[in-house]
Design a protein around this ligand. Structure first.
Ligand SMILES: Cc1ncc(COP(=O)(O)O)c(C=O)c1O
Length: 363
């Protein structure tokens, strides 16, 4: 009851889980079906087809019963025997390297200053220095610093060196353009609780034939995240190999249908851009600015530097007092910043109200 009370009164500008679209909540509230029933299987493959359209890919799409991090683990266990390169410009890049090392793989880290992008030159140098690396991991949108990397430019470098390419698109997929086939991305993953406005519970990812071929001969990769196990069920028309997170998948299906009805993915990206611009322009009125290097600001998460005399947590807590749940700064930026997400269900009018409250807090 406490949770129900909070979420009803707080207006969410979180960075995930975000507020869910009403059509999503309605779809999730329906009675259960078996994950082996025709009803489920039809919904599963419709959702997979919608995701392939969103990602512009012919690759298989799996819906893991895990959060997005499950896909990091799967990428490492299935596709890297010894060594990979990990691009790091914040906490989630760091996590990818931790996942690799926890699985006994060597992670060569390409690390930037916080708020700065990984450049094609930096990645090229690392690949030249480590020709035996099997794969490269890139965080598309680094949620912790509110920074978006230039993914098409980075994936070109990976392709030139003929390595497997893994992309963490947890806070970009669905919120901005991703072209999996054109950009040669072998594993591209996200979570349900970000741009799609669905509760947590699904790791959504596309997997290339090349990644599957590498997985086929990889020893000791476990079972739950074995991509061959997932491909077998997918190709056999069974959906998931184990019990599916049916309510979340119904919610994702409804969200993707809603996006179609809005005019398709570009219309949805445009909506996100309008929200993001309104927030970034609005904070300027109060003398505030975003943290990352100009030109690399995230289209889904604004990481804002706290003004003199106030810490990020001060602002976060004061905004709660006004009925707005923002997000605290993350990791090393906890004190110096706060974050405002523009993902999921944000009704018209909320951004103006949130900015008015922010003005009162910082003035
Ligand atoms: C960029 C990025 N990667 C990975 C994750 C982890 O995702 P999950 O919590 O769904 O495992 C997050 C979560 O915020 C994220 O923002």
């Amino acid at each position: 009851m406490v949770i129900a009370r909070c979420t009803q009164c707080m207006k969410l500008f979180t960075v995930g889980p975000v507020a869910c679209y009403p059509v999503v909540l309605e779809a999730m509230g329906r009675q259960m079906v078996s994950h082996r029933s025709k009803e489920y299987v039809d919904m599963h493959y419709e959702t997979v087809g919608q995701m392939q359209k969103m990602l512009e890919t012919k690759n298989s799409v799996y819906l893991f019963s895990s959060s997005g991090t499950g896909f990091m683990e799967a990428a490492v266990k299935n596709c890297v025997a010894e060594k990979m390169i990990v691009c790091i410009n914040g906490s989630f890049g760091k996590r990818f390297a931790e996942v690799a090392m926890a699985n006994g793989r060597e992670a060569v880290k390409v690390v930037t200053e916080l708020g700065e992008p990984v450049t094609p030159e930096m990645l090229g140098e690392a690949l030249d220095a480590h020709p035996d690396a099997e794969a490269v991991a890139i965080t598309h949108n680094e949620t912790s610093t509110g920074l978006i990397n230039d993914l098409p430019a980075l994936t070109k470098v990976v392709k030139r060196h003929d390595k497997l390419c893994f992309v963490d698109g947890v806070s970009s997929m669905g919120g901005t353009e991703v072209k999996v086939d054109e950009w040669n991305i072998d594993i591209m993953f996200s979570s349900s609780q970000k741009c799609f406005g669905v509760p947590p519970g699904i790791g959504i990812g596309s997997v290339s034939r090349r990644a599957l071929d590498v997985s086929a001969s990889m020893p000791n990769k476990g079972w739950y995240f074995d991509l061959m196990v997932w491909e077998k069920s997918h190709a056999a028309g069974k959906g998931t190999p184990m019990t599916s997170t049916i309510p979340q998948i119904a919610g994702l299906n409804a969200a993707l249908l809603m996006i179609d009805e809005m005019g398709g993915k570009q219309a949805y990206f445009d909506l996100y851009e309008r929200r993001n611009t309104a927030i970034r322009e609005g904070i300027k009125e109060y003398g505030l600015d975003t943290f990352p290097l100009k030109g690399y600001e995230s289209p889904t998460v604004s990481c804002i530097s706290a003004p003199d005399g106030l810490s990020g947590p001060d602002i976060y807590n004061a905004m709660r007092g006004h009925g707005f749940e923002l997000a605290q700064g993350y990791g090393d930026l906890k004190q110096a910043t706060f974050r405002v997400g523009n993902m999921g269900w944000i009704p018209d009018g909320y951004i103006g109200e949130m900015l008015d409250a922010l003005g009162r807090v910082v003035s």
